[in-house]
Design a protein around this ligand. Structure first.
Ligand code: B4P
Length: 190
């Protein structure tokens, strides 16, 4: 089981690069953002709860998010070959839970691909996406809140994975192709 965590601020290209990584390495894709948006679109109870956090730029509470992730892993046996975790973990608590879930499968996070992009560009990308995405969180006010949450709750995870020797920094600006080539080069050296 080869497991990749793709890590970065909102708009850093996690979803975009995940698509390339999946087609290259045949990993199973788990995007927690996509899972939550699917529930919102279906109008489920979980979707209603998720929407109340996402539209404010806040994170879904750890306990709920960890439970959802664990259910997705259990429901998809094909994840046993390896997963790209896109948008999870976003807190130290989630990272610890992921470690336990993978240990039960005699596996671990093999690499954390950290996409690094300057704040100005992140805002520009998300505002551009907001013109077509219809997402309740792609507006300037909420984008600023999401970046604040990222700095306070998610960025500390970088140090957590640096200490574990798993964090690989990737320059997240330039063409999608060039960024993907840097990721491939990093993975090939593991
Ligand atoms: P996500 O869906 O993960 O949203 P995101 O951070 O905006 O990343 P995304 O993958 O969509 O965007 P990308 O950078 O690829 O999460 C949404 C919300 O769900 C969170 O705010 C939170 O509320 C909740 N949530 C999700 N997971 C959670 C968790 N684990 N715990 C708690 N809450 C959770 O792309 C952005 C844009 O940049 C795109 O338009 C793309 O085309 C463009 N782009 C990408 N690469 C580019 C490049 N090289 N050059 C120019 N533009 C580029």
């Amino acid at each position: 089981m080869f497991n990749v965590v793709i890590f970065g601020a909102p708009g850093s290209g996690k979803g975009t690069q995940s698509e390339r990584i999946i087609s290259e390495y045949g990993l199973f894709h788990i995007s927690t953002g996509d899972v939550l948006r699917e529930q919102i679109a279906k109008g489920t109870e979980l979707g209603k709860i998720a929407d109340s956090y996402i539209s404010k730029g806040q994170l879904i509470p750890d306990e709920l998010m960890i439970d959802i992730l664990s259910q997705v892993l259990d429901a998809n046996p094909q994840a046993g070959k390896g997963v790209i975790f896109d948008g999870f973990p976003r807190t130290i608590e989630q990272a610890k839970a992921l470690k336990k879930m993978l240990a039960l499968r005699e596996a671990e996070v093999d690499v954390v691909v950290g996409l690094e992009v300057e704040e100005e560009e992140l805002i520009e990308r998300l505002l551009k996406r907001g013109q077509v995405s219809g997402r309740s969180d792609d507006n300037l006010d909420t984008i600023k809140k999401r970046l604040h949450v990222y700095h306070n709750q998610t960025k500390p995870l970088k140090d957590y994975y640096v200490k574990e020797g798993k964090y690989k920094q990737i320059k997240g600006t330039g063409t999608v192709e060039n960024i993907f080539n840097s990721i491939k080069e990093t993975i090939s050296k593991l």
